[in-house]
Ligand binder design. Sequence first.
Ligand code: GLU
Ligand code: MG
Length: 476
Amino acid sequence: MSTAADTRLPRAERAALARLATDRLRTAAVDAVAIGWVDNAGLARVKAVPVGGLVHAASWGIGAAPCFDAFLVDDSTAEPVADPAADGSGPDPAVPPAGSGAVGDLRLYPDLDRLVPLAAQPGWAWAPADRYTQQDTPHSGCQRLFARRAEAAARARGLTVRAGIEVEWVAALAGPPEEEPRYPTAGPAYGLQRLTDLSDYLRDILRALEQQGLTVLQIHPEYAPGQFEVSVAPEGPVAAADTSVLVRHTVRAVSARHGLRASFAPAVEPGGVGNGSHLHLSLWRDGRNLSHGGPGPHGLTGEAESFLAGVLAALPELLVLGTPSPAGYLRLVPSRWAGAYRCWGLENREAALRLVTGSEGERADTANAEIKCFDGAANPYLAVGAVLAAGLAGIDGGLRLPPETTVDPARLAPGAVDRLPADLGEAVAAYERSAVLREALGEPLYRAVLAVRRAESALFAGCGAEEIIAATRWRY
Ligand code: GLU
Ligand code: MG
């Protein structure tokens, strides 16, 4: 699965499509295109071209240094992790030497299928990028190409995956990075008052998302002060990852227009409920939802059960991709609905894997599973790709789910249900033992992620919650 394939159309076809897209953008008064990717630290990075540069960008890519594969949340760079199999004679394509990255270049290719004018940034459009080398081969460290490979591996077995990533954020008054959040509403958790206080803001988010072609399912206040959530309709895994980037970007842009700023960080206040980034998934074969109508628990088919059992078994190492920051472990604690326990249960919000069937009568369409333990520091392409790899390994191994957890695990005897790793170091130790993720990510990407996680662990070693939160709150 790690073998990288060129997924692009031939250059002449890309150029022709980009010419058409340019005409459409000019008609929509777009001046510039932001071409983005998400790094291993989970931060969205960008290069931009004037609209007249789109045809060249789609044909030949635009330059970006390879050092971004080693970037940390504070913009410093990680030390590379040596490839045990390499003889050291050639450059490592995915992890450049720490602090330098001065030499070499990659090419960002905008995905024209996702090109969209940004409703909350007049004059701007956005497209996610795949990263290739100057030799025109797929970059082995490209997270989006990894997610594409994982999606293709599922498709090769006749499986279609529908995914959706919930976006939670805390809205605060705009201010300098060192300032603690000041909230624009004192409305209670899930309170109608919050909707009233921020009515124009939330309407503008809704409008912008829909103008950008997204189908919003829900937008509502959440539990923590100033916290909200928006969810959108499910789609393919790579598309869902793209959408989560676009949703966040849009929320940020609308926030700025309202004198606000948004934090998608896992932890915003010490001791408080954090921001999750729950991943919903359903598996389909021949147009049929495999989470429904089967002989397994709550109607799971054997294949869906094995897939979920594979995900559940791999959750400790999956945290390295889905809950990647030391800040995430301030959120991932019991009684916050963050899914801190390694168990599954129907509609169990304290289980890391929550089964959601929907109401009787609509289950053939709605039944799905939610991975609750992931947060907004995740690179969504790494998260979805890794979950697919773990799930497919579960199918290969014919895994079955363990007994269901039907109550809040915190009410059970200590040790009755395992906790997920309590810190990033523990998750990294599981990742280092994971042959499945190593194989799926491919050696360069596997090691680039490892380098960034080790470096972020070291960056925050010995720091208290307040320090970790202060350093990450306005970064995600
Ligand atoms: N904010 C919670 C989290 O950290 C999730 C709340 C919910 O279930 O929507 O994941
Ligand atoms: Mg929520």
